[in-house]
Write a protein that binds this ligand. Structure first.
Ligand code: S3P
Length: 440
């Protein structure tokens, strides 16, 4: 894909449905009683993988464009799949389904593409073993074979990493446990969930007995979620807001190009996903947010961005608790870092190495190809202010790297080419068309 230097971006845009919320609506809908209708379901390949897995588990799915109907069969209605469940490129599909499968009275195997087969699964294997499921994997990676048990043993689980996927896996398994299961996130400086809380909100919306508690520990807080295995779920209508992680690429493009003005309609504004907005505001970007709805506990609204940055002389540093709330947006923030007076530094983000690609290495490699001044750390990077030059870039088969470097291409002098750019279909099919329609 060829990307030319741009002067500005302008226009009003609707975004694909949020990927995290779409996965959860389909999975939770499948174990609820009755039909769940999902509107604005993500059109990305990842969420299609979730639907295909659910259908292989005997769930009726009807799809017309962005409207999906999931014919839920209740908590005990899934049936054994005839072959391995293919999660494609989607870590959320694999880790959330592992939790559901742990409570089923059958054996099933989760697999995926080569990127997903290299990502860590011990983080879900460990709690599921504690709950009594038999989970086998030769190297702590997919393929993963789950021999379910019913009921599972309830556990009180302390998450070793701030991961919404692991938290969700344990909560979903907790629906099949004999009693109350709790998950506690790593300590943080303020109350509330550390990682995105879409699973908690959706389980509550579907009628589960779920409770959240914050308790002070020394000068910090611990946030726990408790779920009762006796919970029953009722099919609902879910209206999925636009994906703020997809919006982030367009917001960063607008912020980085003086004279830009874009408006994004119906974007998800869940506070656990707004780290990117706080981060961009620290770059001096002009971003206005207006909340217009809050269905199923998920706020949504309009985001308006005006081009231009006004950043401090010293590097903007991101680390600690803030990282979990902007983990998926760090690649595009790194790109924007080249436009900031003092550049940007990201630490405590070793999780970036375990995403669809090693995103620390991918960001550093591509930025260096564009002539940027970059330093790589084990847990992050420092990017100095740099005039980018067009270059031949690699997507590393990772949708967010492809989109982040499309934005970098807009900022660069001369043309850039991104190899393997079609991987944007994982979360944002049509991304390049949207970008092309707003650049000038
Ligand atoms: C996701 C959680 C995050 C995020 C991923 C989607 C989710 O991963 O990076 O893109 O939908 O729960 P972790 O929970 O592993 O950090």
């Amino acid at each position: 894909m060829k990307i030319a230097c741009a002067k500005k971006v302008s226009g009003e845009i609707g975004l694909p449905g949020d990927k995290s919320i779409s996965h959860r609506a389909a999975i939770i809908g499948s174990i609820a009683d009755g039909v769940t209708r999902i509107s604005d379901f993500s059109e990305g390949a990842d969420c299609a993988s979730t639907l295909a897995c659910l259908s292989a588990l005997g769930i009726g799915i009807e799809r017309e464009g962005q409207t999906v109907r999931v014919f839920g069969r209740g908590k005990h209605g899934l049936s054994a799949p005839s072959e391995a469940l293919d999660c494609g490129n989607s870590g959320t599909t694999a880790r959330l389904l592992a939790g559901v499968l742990a409570g089923q009275p059958f054996r099933s195997t989760l697999s995926g593409d080569s990127s997903l087969r290299s990502r860590p699964m011990n983080r879900v294997i460990e709690p599921l073993l504690k709950m009594g499921a038999a989970v086998e994997s030769s190297a702590g990676t997919l393929p993963l074979t789950v021999e379910g048990k019913h009921p599972l043993d309830p556990i009180a689980y302390q998450l070793p990493v701030a991961s919404a996927q692991v938290k969700s896996c344990v909560l979903l398994a907790g629906l099949f446990a004999d009693g109350i299961t709790s998950v506690t996130e790593p300590k943080s400086g303020s109350p509330g969930p550390v990682s995105r809380d879409h699973t908690e909100l959706m389980l509550l919306y579907f009628g589960a007995e779920i409770e959240e508690i914050d308790f002070p520990v020394e000068r910090e807080f611990e946030h726990s979620v408790k779920i009762d295995g006796a919970s029953r779920l009722e099919g609902r209508h879910v209206s999925v807001p636009g994906d703020i992680s997809s919006a982030a690429f367009l917001i960063a493009a607008a912020a980085g190009l003086e004279g830009s003005s874009i408006k994004l309609r119906n974007v998800g504004l869940n506070p656990t996903r707004l780290g990117v907005i706080e981060a961009l505001r620290r770059t001096g970007a002009s971003i206005e947010i207006e909340q217009t709805a809050a269905e199923g506990g998920e706020p949504s609204g309009t985001i308006a961005v005006r081009g231009g940055l006004d950043s401090p002389k010293n590097a903007l540093v991101f680390g600690g608790r803030s990282i979990a709330n902007l983990i998926d947006e760090l690649p595009v923030l790194a790109v924007l870092g080249t436009r900031l007076e003092g550049g940007i530094e990201v630490r405590d983000a070793v999780e970036l190495r375990k995403k669809e690609s090693d995103r620390i290495s991918a960001v550093v490699t591509n930025l260096r190809k564009m002539g940027a001044e970059v330093e790589e750390f084990d847990d992050g990077f420092r990017v100095g202010r740099s005039e980018l030059k067009g270059a031949l870039l690699d997507s590393f088969g990772d949708h967010r790297i492809a989109m982040a470097f499309a934005v970098a291409g807009l900022f660069a002098e001369g043309d850039s080419r991104i190899e393997g750019a079609e991987c944007v279909d994982v979360s944002f099919p049509g991304f390049f068309g949207v970008l092309g329609s707003i650049v000038s």
